[in-house]
Design a protein around this ligand. Sequence first.
Ligand code: SF4
Length: 595
Amino acid sequence: MDKSRFNPHYLKATNPLIFAIAQKGSSIDGLRSELSGLVHQMEFNATQDVTHRDVASLARVRDCAQVLKNMLKKRADDLAGFSMVQAIWDIGTNTPRPDLGPAFYAELLYLLRGLEGQGPRKAFENVHLSGISQLKGRPASIERSAQLDDLGAEINRWLPRYPYGLHKEAVKRRKGRRDKILKVLGASLKEWQDWHWQIKHIVRDVESLDRLVQLTAQQKQAVTKACQNRLPFGITPYYLSLMDEELSDRDASVRAQVLPPMDYVMRLSAVQDRSSLDFMREEDTSPFDLITRRYPAICILKPFNTCPQICVYCQRNWEIDEAMDSKAFAGMDQIEAAIKWIGDHPAIHEVLITGGDPVAMEDATLLDILEKVAAIPTVERIRIGTRTPVTIPMRITPELADIVGRFRELGKREVCVVTHVQHPYEITPDMVTAINQFRMRGIPVYNQLVYTFYISKRFAAVALRRYLRLIGIESYYTFNTKGKEETLTYRVPLARLMQEQQEEARLMPGIVRSDEAVINLPRLGKHYLKLREQRDLLSILRDGSRVYEFLSWEKNISENTPTYVYTDVPILDYLERLEQVGETVSDYETVWYYF
Ligand code: SF4
């Protein structure tokens, strides 16, 4: 990527008017007002040209003007702790600002180009869709259909890049891996299919891991240090069989789920008080032990505080100690008290039983809990959150599916399963069998995807949604990675998820792109990214991080609702990382214009 443009000299040369005004500024507030006036005037001028037919360009002017005017406000300075007006003034007057990095200049450069209706125009250079045709009727339809074929070909060009676990070669590869693991562990195929055996053989240290899978030197070092510092770590033998024998990029997303990167290990090891990692401030939304409540009709019940394996970026890494921790079960007394609390709150119609992973409990325990929750007359939906179809699919036995299905009562109570598949390469015949156990009993299965770096390449999430649909899983939410500092390796700028929704997901049939893109915020809960009016881009910090202010979902329902100021990861850093893994940055360039 050519970063030579991202400096003050280039910025000034390409936008002389703004910086000429800045040069003459005499006070911050005076300049604030003058710059706002100029931005307003530029937007106004763009719309005065009645022959201007390029609506996309006008929309870009409108969007950039709105963002810039926001950034020039005093309120933005106060909330972001950074003054864009001061930065523009300093650049205009050649005052050294060594604190401003290339990612900051890149943001400003794209914004100012956008204000003039410039910047990258099309997501896919090879596709030539013309919105306006001179033709009418069938000839117009034929022309349009040919253009859509081009667009379809573009999509098809991307999709095969993502390995799919149901491809013949992948299935064969995994069988080989399974047999190798079984040989090392001296176990039989029958034992492999027994979920208790899988749990008993969770890999918890680097020596065992090293015997079962080839690791890079960095992976080995990071796992060693994680174990030395007693960070939560564990992988089921089944999930290890999804990792390739040879080192390649193909299984990067699988490895990233469970092998902590060194920067994560270092950050987490330095943390004294693990509760400081509670980004979602669950402690502030827990009105009763084991309960979390953020919305009127739904609550979360957490009876089991661990999982068969630990996802590195887990939101609950502050309270999960180790995989299948023997102390993780809350105990029936506490669970019954929590269920009674739910019964005392008739506004709650839906109970999400999650954890940890409640399906990693024994059948009898899960049955007991389900019976008690189902006995609450006001509960009309029980949702079970589990990643076992991915981590240990043999757990989904016919007996377990019968237990879950028993509480489904048409017209009275719905039971559904929400799982967490992160990549098409995680899909296997075993997972298909597990999902089918639920589906055969009329239990819908939904997916919640966390939009990490490893699923963020162009059309990767589209591939996942498409394959999930084919195995009976409906996409439900796509979560932006939260602002958890320690998970930096996984984080993707919000703008990329918005771009994915509009330029990729939008091209799929509605029944495939059934998910909602959200960011989960402390106290506020889910913010729907499609709602532009519920957030403002406040500023761009020195390192190019965008600062957003999110409004509450209840802003038009309640008074004095809180807002949340969120600092994102810099777009330029993200693009550089994509380039390092072989992506062409220009394929993503419109990302700068998602706010
Ligand atoms: S399955 Fe869910 S709760 Fe368990 S480690 Fe992964 S993200 Fe955390």
